[in-house]
Design a protein around this ligand. Structure first.
Ligand code: C2E
Ligand code: MG
Ligand code: MG
Ligand code: MG
Length: 276
């Protein structure tokens, strides 16, 4: 009886895993076509300065509208693309579109907003990123200082010296480097000294917990204070309520991003928001 259960159980798992693999392979194939068929697009979520209350930049976020399945969950297909290597082609696409669109954005208070592009570990390891960025900046005419690259904390601290060198090269060219989802990687703030960065983005999980959880609030305050003592700018992501806004303002956070201030939107809508 136990044996039978075990067998049934095994068969069940096997079929389940086959289905998961099949779906992933299907996703991989569809993703391959998605670029050629123009199913991928880029939306922009505004980033506000707390001091001026104005939009100072926007994060580029990729979207995939599948012909049969509709809008696909970004985190899911990015994860698949990272495994298969398709993230390199997708990343090139997003970088090209983001630079071209941001180059046309109007100034706000005499300053043109930056565009912030997510970069995956694979793109950075691959080695060609500094040259690619250089080519896209030249082709679009976007000044380097108006391009920010977001790397995740976990990825940054597992990188080889070579990839850290690529970051340094990008920074030397005037591009800004941000650590995304900061606080989730358990890297410790002292690691910040090791890597050449301009800013950190406090992960959404701290912001969503900070009003109910004293630890989240303490960590958020500590990240802001430590970053500032190192001359690093702090952006909080996932700001959804006025309470969170006020708590972050009271602790001296520099910039805010979240549904309270603006959802991801088309480039045309962003330009309208900018008053252009
Ligand atoms: P991320 O870089 O941390 O981007 C922020 C995510 O939080 C976005 O999800 C955004 O829509 C969402 N978000 C912003 N404000 C709020 C808020 O107030 N509440 C809540 N609940 N969510 C908020 P999205 O667009 O689904 O992207 C998910 C992740 O996928 C991104 O996280 C990023 O890691 C990755 N990703 C997106 N676009 C790209 C890309 O072009 N290249 C790479 N490599 N990764 C990308
Ligand atoms: Mg990001
Ligand atoms: Mg983030
Ligand atoms: Mg995140």
């Amino acid at each position: 009886r136990a044996k039978l259960d075990g067998k049934n159980c095994l068969r069940f798992y096997t079929r389940d895993m086959d289905m998961v693999m099949e779906r992933e392979m299907q996703l991989e194939q569809d993703l391959h076509l998605a670029l050629d068929r123009g199913e991928l697009s880029v939306v922009y979520q505004p980033i506000h300065s707390l001091q001026s209350g104005r939009i100072i930049g926007a994060e580029a976020l990729v979207r995939w509208n599948h012909p049969q399945r509709g809008p696909m969950a970004t985190e899911l297909f990015i994860a698949v693309a990272e495994q298969t290597g398709q993230i390199e082609a997708i990343g090139r696409f997003v970088l090209k579109v983001a630079c071209a669109e941001a180059a046309t954005w109007p100034q706000v208070d005499g300053v043109a907003p930056f565009v912030s592009v997510n970069i995956s570990a694979r793109q950075l390891r691959q080695g060609a990123l500094p040259d690619l960025v250089d080519a896209e900046l030249r082709e679009s005419g976007l000044p380097p200082a108006r391009l920010h690259l977001e790397l995740t904390e976990t990825m940054m601290f597992s990188l080889e010296q070579e990839a850290i060198g690529a970051c340094a090269r990008l920074r030397a060219a005037g591009v800004r480097i941000w650590l995304d989802d900061f606080g989730t990687g358990f890297s410790g703030l002292s690691h910040l000294r090791r890597v050449p960065i301009d800013g950190v983005k406090i992960d959404r999980s701290f912001v969503s917990g900070m009003l109910d959880d004293a630890d989240d609030l303490a960590l958020t305050a500590a990240i802001i204070a430590m970053a500032h003592s190192l001359g690093i700018v702090v952006t909080a992501e996932g700001v959804e309520s006025q309470g969170q806004f006020d708590a972050l303002e009271a602790r001296g956070c520099d910039n805010l991003q979240g549904f309270l201030l603006g959802r991801p939107m088309s480039a045309a809508d962003l330009v309208r928001e900018l008053g252009g």
